[in-house]
Design a protein around this ligand. Structure first.
Ligand code: FES
Ligand code: FES
Length: 160
């Protein structure tokens, strides 16, 4: 099979990989670039475990080919922490919004998009907005509480 060299900016660093045309972005990140923040669940766009931002928009990286992402900028949950945990990551920790943690990087990235686009959300709206991220462990209650806590922290940071 032919291969292609692609260049991505991943969590702020320019990275190059030589990939087959069929290689999914999630596999480029995990297997070629050693970034295991996005997880592989369903590989069919249903679970959200592989969610990353591509040029500032959330995508399920199992639905994007690596070659399609050539030249783009990818942000993963691994790129959010800057010495300290990002407020969203901290909120998931504080509120026990995870158990096994497999879904968490995807939920964190979906929450990032949610809180970038909305400042006030009801619990029902949070649940509706995160419906593309499936968690087998938490029952979602603590996830919703983590999103509410993160929203408050980010709101306070914005007004400081
Ligand atoms: S692995 Fe991508 S949505 Fe499930
Ligand atoms: S914490 Fe285990 S799948 Fe969500």
């Amino acid at each position: 099979m032919s291969t292609h060299e692609i260049t991505l900016t991943v969590d702020g660093s320019e990275r190059t990989a030589t990939v087959e045309p069929r290689t999914l972005l999630v596999h480029v990140l995990r297997e070629h670039l050693d970034n295991t923040a996005p997880k592989v669940g369903c590989e069919s766009g249903k679970c959200g475990a592989c969610t990353v931002q591509l040029d500032g928009e959330p995508v399920k990286s199992c639905l994007v080919l690596g070659v399609q992402a050539d030249g783009t900028s990818i942000l993963t949950a691994a790129g959010l922490a800057d010495g300290d945990l990002h407020p969203i990551q901290e909120a998931f920790r504080e509120e026990h919004g995870l158990q096994c943690g497999y879904c968490t990087p995807g939920l964190v990235m979906s929450t990032l998009d949610l809180l970038e686009k909305h400042q006030e959300l009801s619990r029902e709206e949070i649940r509706a907005e995160l419906k593309g991220n499936i968690c087998r462990c938490t029952g979602y209650q603590n996830v919703v509480e983590a999103v509410e806590t993160a929203a408050k922290t980010l709101d306070t940071e914005r007004s400081d």
